[in-house]
Every structure is written in structure tokens, then in C-alpha cells.
Ligand binder design. Structure first.
Ligand SMILES: CC(C)(COP(=O)(O)OP(=O)(O)OC[C@H]1O[C@@H](n2cnc3c(N)ncnc32)[C@H](O)[C@@H]1OP(=O)(O)O)[C@@H](O)C(=O)NCCC(=O)NCCS
Length: 222
């Protein structure tokens, strides 16, 4: 039996350390996902009233979304995003999109007016991303009539509040490069290129970037 080198031992220790870190990060994500309503601790952030838009926010698990709301979510997303998806290598695949939207891990922040009419939604998840605990914003979609009135910014602030208070290390999202409204919006909200964002090279050009905002309180451990 050969003698194990100290290099081999170092590697095993490093692997064990990494496994412990991922297990700890997963426990934080599981705890965030176990919350019945991640918005419940922040009642002051349920209401938006600015620039002529009055909205009430609620946070709902995908399993609790009713059929009318699903239809509105699918239609708004298709109306806002299908042309953008179809004008790049992603393409629009309704089946895949619906599977992503209805996944049991999906959470929704929904804004409605006084009559209960839906105005905007965000699909988000507490998840591990490359072993790091994050709030991943999959979608932020507003009806055209309520855009540019501060509602999108408010909803992102609510996502950050829920994410950072649940000890997520960052809020992460994917944006198509040829969606200037969204690029300008997230830049204005001080989102910047995430370290996991792919870089174009000689062989491949990516139509999207990954942006993120760190949890400043946990910055040292990102
Ligand atoms: C992108 C989107 C979510 C922004 O939400 P919004 O409520 O319209 O944005 P806000 O009013 O909160 O804007 C906050 C700031 O972002 C910037 N911004 C937002 N939209 C912008 C635009 N179209 N052009 C330039 N800057 C913009 C501005 O600095 C703005 O502040 P200001 O209005 O005081 O100048 C919304 O326009 C939308 O739903 N678009 C269609 C779907 C989409 O593209 N979603 C993003 C997918 S990743």
C-alpha cells in the first residue's frame, strides 16, 4: 500500500470543506423555501402608491396560483418576451416556458390594483446557484400601462428585502442583451455583471448577461 501524499490529503480536506459549505448553503435555502409567505414580515412593503398607480403586492407559491392568474401570467409573458426570444438563439418554446413557470419551487410576487386586476408579476426562487445561496429573479413583467412609474423598481426592492433577510448572498437575474429597456432598468437599479455571466468568445456569442446585486451584510462571505 503506497503512502498517501500530503497533497492528496490537502485535496481531500478541501473537498470536505467545500461539501460542508454547500450543505450549509442548502440549509439556508431550505429554510427560506419553508416560509409560508416570505412577504409576511414586511407589511409596509405590501402597498405601492405612486405616479397614479395604486397596487397591493402578495407573495404566492406556484401551487396556490389559480387558473385565471396562470392565464394572465402566460399571456403577459408571451406578449412581452416572445418577440425578444424569437429574435435570438433562445427561440420561444411554450412548453418549456410553462414547465419553468409552474415548477413547484417557483414563487410569485404579484401586484394587483384595487379591483384585484393583476398589473405585474415576478417569478423568483430561493436557490443554490453554483453552490451559492441566491434569490434568482426569473421574471419581472409589467403590463405596458403601468411601466415607468416606479412599480418595477419597488418590486425589485421587495425581492431584495425578502432575499437578503433570508440570508441569500445575492439577487441574480438573466437579461437579454437586446432588451434595452430591461438593461437600462437593471443598470439604474445598480445591478452589475455577475461572475457567472458567460463571456463571448471566437466560437460563441451569448445573447444574454447574468446580473446580480450582492447582500452587503454578507459580502465578505460571497
Ligand atoms: C423592465 C421593466 C420591468 C421596468 O419596470 P418599470 O416599472 O417600467 O421601471 P421603473 O419605473 O421602476 O424604472 C426605474 C428606473 O429604471 C430606468 N428605466 C426603466 N425603464 C427604462 C426604459 N425603458 N428606458 C430607460 N431607462 C429605464 C430608469 O432609470 C427608471 O427611473 P426613472 O423613471 O426615474 O428615470 C418593465 O418595463 C417591463 O416589465 N418591461 C417588459 C418586460 C421586461 O422586459 N422585463 C424584464 C425582463 S429581464
Amino acid at each position: 500500500m503506497g503512502r498517501k501524499t500530503s497533497k492528496g490529503k490537502e485535496k481531500r480536506l478541501q473537498q470536505r470543506e467545500e461539501a460542508l459549505q454547500i450543505a450549509a448553503a442548502k440549509a439556508v435555502v431550505d429554510k427560506a423555501n419553508a416560509q409560508e409567505d416570505p412577504l409576511a414580515p414586511f407589511p409596509a412593503f405590501r402597498n405601492f402608491n405612486k405616479n397614479g398607480v395604486e397596487a397591493t403586492l402578495s407573495c404566492v407559491k406556484s401551487e396556490n396560483i389559480d387558473n385565471d392568474t396562470w392565464n394572465w401570467i402566460f399571456n403577459l409573458l408571451e406578449c412581452n418576451m416572445k418577440p425578444l426570444y424569437n429574435s435570438c438563439s433562445w427561440g420561444w418554446n411554450e412548453k418549456v416556458k410553462k414547465e419553468e413557470l409552474t415548477d413547484e419551487r417557483a414563487l410569485y410576487l404579484v401586484a394587483r390594483d384595487k379591483e384585484g386586476k393583476a398589473l405585474a408579476f415576478s417569478h423568483f426562487r430561493f436557490d443554490l446557484d453554483y453552490g451559492v445561496e441566491v434569490l434568482y429573479c426569473y421574471e419581472l413583467q409589467l403590463e405596458a400601462a403601468v411601466r415607468r412609474k416606479g412599480l418595477g423598481k419597488f418590486m425589485m426592492q421587495v425581492l431584495e428585502l425578502m432575499g437578503f433577510s433570508a440570508k441569500m448572498k445575492k439577487v441574480v437575474l438573466t437579461v437579454l442583451k437586446h432588451n434595452p429597456d430591461a438593461m437600462n432598468f437593471f443598470t439604474a437599479l445598480r445591478y452589475s455583471l455577475d461572475e457567472t455571466s458567460p463571456e463571448d468568445n471566437l466560437y460563441e456569442e451569448f445573447p444574454y448577461v447574468i446580473l446580480s446585486k450582492p447582500n452587503k451584510k454578507l459580502l465578505s462571505s460571497v
